[in-house]
Design a protein around this ligand. Sequence first.
Ligand code: ADP
Length: 190
Amino acid sequence: MRLVILGPPGAGKGTQAAFITDDYNIPHVSTGEILRDNVVRRTALGRQASQIMNRGDLVPDGVINDMVAQRLAEPDTANGFLLDGYPRTVNQAQALDALLAERSTPLDVVLRFVVALEQAEPRILGRGEGRGDDAAAAVKRRFEEYNNKTKPLEGFYAQRGLVRDVDAVGSVEEVRERVAKVLSGVEVGS
Ligand code: ADP
């Protein structure tokens, strides 16, 4: 199973990603996690990304595309993968397409977590990421980036019939069941 999950910050993607990767025995490839790990380890990439991330801006496409290409070259992706937080721009989606076409391993499905921004925003503020003026501004900025740069991807993938919607409003268990139901209907390529 090769899938991408799309949805605004606070949609619960990370939580559901953990269930999906368990159920399908595939690696969870989260660009946010890889970046945060680089920040902690103070790598060159981490030093470059940390200020950008703190502002809630997007790290440049070229940097992210290279990072993902490297990650997907690891042998554990042979069985599939779940991409979380990537692609986030049309440029990134095109780069991913080219990469997967080269390997003849196209995406099976794009899961779209549907939640109104008014419902997602308090979830993020509630988990403490929005405390303080700077942090609140960064959360606001992340929503803007999502609307401006990531939302257009929904159309990009919908055109190819890859998008399946999941109502992301409800308990973790409820959403988990919806996800499982949607994925059980997805035909997995080889
Ligand atoms: P969220 O908490 O919104 O799900 P992530 O954990 O996925 O965010 O990412 C945290 C930050 O890392 C983003 O706000 C952005 O600065 C950077 N980042 C992550 N993935 C990407 C990407 N695909 N393109 C550009 N920047 C990214």
